[in-house]
Design a protein around this ligand. Structure first.
Ligand SMILES: *[C@@H]1O[C@H](CO)[C@@H](O)[C@H](O)[C@H]1NC(C)=O
Length: 313
């Protein structure tokens, strides 16, 4: 990764705040983007809120799968709320400065919720794996205690690591440019502004990405390949298609989320890649949280039935 040259001793001015440029390179589209992201935020809040409500209230949706789905939709709301409101504020007011503390806080929450998202998606894939490959023991394996432990584990595992990682990044000296060409405080654009030696931080990022993104991704792919191999053994083509349809859409979202995440954090950083960085992170921070609830639930008959019941009341 490139980092800036350390300027000579005399003009080393410490940066006290950053400027989140966001989409400042397309000034004419500010209001359009504001409207677009506001609509996306409202969709995310409403769809995930609805799923959370019906999975908690409807007696027909009390299996482990819906227990995970409820927690997952709650997580999606937290995850997008770490980036979108700030982005909307920047677009709406055109004031872009952000203090170092606010920037660090935002980064820490994005990283923690992002980690939880990776692990919770893995738990949900494992849940499908048990349900399809070991249906007779499903409720025995996925008992209430195990479910709670899996969810609690997903939420807590990243907290100490990501707090440590954020602390390390923000103890680097920042001098010279304070413009972050991004729409939220993510690791790659901040590391670019540091003028100390970022080698240790970069190594830490690699390790964390491998442990928290790549390993869950491989586990998910493993679960789904098992599931697909079982499905292919089903007798009729229609039952194959029926069992396959939810899996294929889950896989699509998973590949999109993990693929863009891994690419964004592991690709070599050059100045010319900033536009691509922004586009990639739009996928893993905003677009997949928007599509997840639809894909995980609206293609599911029980959820549709529960939704009808709720609306008819
Ligand atoms: C999701 O699980 C975590 C960890 O167990 C818990 O703290 C949180 O309250 C749960 N969220 C909801 C809305 O159930």
């Amino acid at each position: 990764m490139n980092h800036q040259e350390i300027p000579p001793e005399g003009n080393l001015t410490e940066v006290m705040e950053f400027v989140l440029l966001g989409f400042a390179d397309i000034p004419r589209l500010q209001w359009l983007l504001f409207g677009l992201f506001l609509i996306i935020y409202i969709i995310i809040l409403m769809s995930n809120g609805t799923i959370f409500l019906i999975t908690k209230m409807d007696p027909a949706l009390q299996s482990p799968m819906y227990f995970f789905l409820a927690n997952f939709s709650f997580l999606e709301i937290c995850y997008v709320s770490a980036t979108l409101p700030r982005m909307l504020m920047n677009l709406g007011t055109q004031r872009r400065s952000i203090s170092l503390v606010a920037c660090a806080t935002q980064m820490c929450f994005v990283l923690m919720f992002g980690t939880t998202e990776c692990f919770l998606l893995t738990v949900m894939a494992y849940d499908r794996y048990v349900a399809i490959c070991n249906p007779l023991n499903y409720l025995l394996v996925m008992n209430h205690r195990v479910c709670t432990q899996l969810v609690t584990g997903s939420w807590t595992i990243g907290i100490p690591v990501q707090i440590g990682q954020t602390y390390q990044i923000f103890s680097l000296p920042f001098c010279g440019s304070k413009e972050i060409n991004h729409f939220f405080c993510d690791i790659p654009p901040i590391l670019k502004l540091a003028c100390g030696d970022t080698f240790v931080n970069e190594m830490l990022v690699y390790i964390v990405v491998v442990l928290f993104i790549t390993v869950p991704f491989l586990l998910i792919l493993g679960s789904y390949s098992k599931i697909i191999s079982i499905i292919l053994k089903l007798p009729s083509a229609t039952s194959q298609a029926k069992a396959f349809s939810p899996c294929s859409s889950h896989l699509m979202v998973v590949v999109l989320f993990f693929g863009t995440g891994i690419t964004a954090y592991l690709r070599p950083n050059t100045r010319s890649s900033e536009g691509t960085d922004k586009a990639l992170s739009l996928f893993y921070t905003i677009l997949t949280p928007m599509f997840n609830p639809m894909i995980y639930s609206l293609r599911n008959k029980d959820v549709i039935t529960a939704l009808r019941k709720l609306l008819c009341k």
